[in-house]
Design a binder for this molecule. Structure first.
Ligand code: F6R
Length: 259
């Protein structure tokens, strides 16, 4: 894992956007894994800026989103379909047939989840997966206790997630109880992963994920097993890391490291 600590959320967003841009510059037809939530908003803004300035082209990109609430139609204001449209898809040129967001309204989820997994494979697998992290250490909607080998499936959301996400709904009671989500195993198959987090409310989850044991009780800790994960944090999210001085030392001395 490479740990990068930035002073501000804006710097986190720009650093993450640089990782995405570098991927697309090397492989214009890359397959991107995308996340929703508050964390990637700055990243998406930056990608849109690059696209509008003419330095980033998504014409050959394929995308797969991590998750969607079960029971929300594509047009529901809190659906992840709508989120992606508003915050990214409407502003960049990823061709519509290439955009995949799991369906929250399937009449056969088992079959649909199988299709989603097969479609990722058919498109060549995910080159770069963008992740946020939940207050309970979840990635996508892989709540504590999720198998670290799990695949795309329906997941019951944990109480903390319902409370965390209540801010987007009228009340916690309105947050859907189930989500369709890529599994931890699905995510770990991505060639590269960039996890971003900001704010002190993520500090404990981030410390558990990076420095704690690999455990299904913090599904982000499974990223310790991944060969190419970059974690980009602001100071708040990094504030509970025991080895913070070492991570900063590595960053400061990176240029001199033997290649
Ligand atoms: C969203 C997702 C979730 C979020 C996490 C953090 O697609 O998969 O795991 O990344 O819940 O959410 P925010 O960024 O709103 O704090």
């Amino acid at each position: 894992m490479e740990i990068i600590i930035k002073d501000t959320y804006e710097q986190v967003s720009c650093a993450a956007a640089d990782v995405v841009a570098a991927t697309l510059h090397t492989k214009p037809n890359a397959v991107l894994g995308l996340a929703t939530g508050s964390t990637p908003l700055g990243l998406y803004k930056e990608l849109i800026r690059m696209h509008q300035e003419g330095t980033l082209d998504f014409a050959q990109v394929t995308s797969f989103n991590l998750d969607e609430y079960v029971g929300l139609s594509r047009r529901h204001p809190q659906s992840y379909h709508r989120f992606m449209h508003e915050h990214l898809f409407a502003h960049v040129n990823i061709p519509e047939p290439n955009r995949h967001v799991p369906s929250g309204t399937s009449d056969n989820y088992r079959e649909y989840c199988r299709w989603y997994e097969a479609r990722i494979e058919e498109c060549g697998g995910i080159d770069l997966q963008v992740l946020g992290i939940g207050g309970d250490g979840h990635i996508a909607f892989n709540e504590p206790g999720s198998s670290l080998g799990s695949r795309t499936r329906i997941k019951t959301l944990a109480k903390q997630t319902l409370e965390d996400n209540a801010r987007f709904f009228e009340s916690a009671d309105d947050v859907p109880r189930y989500a369709i989500t890529m599994g931890v195993g699905t995510i770990l198959e991505s060639r590269r992963i960039v996890l971003i987090a900001n704010g002190e409310n993520k500090a404990e989850a981030v410390a558990d994920a990076i420095e704690g044991p690999v455990t299904s009780m913090c599904t982000a800790s499974a990223l310790q097993m991944h060969r190419d994960t970059i974690v980009i944090l602001d100071r708040g999210a990094a504030s509970k890391l025991k080895m913070i001085d070492y991570y900063e030392w590595i960053q400061a001395n990176q240029q001199d490291a033997p290649r």
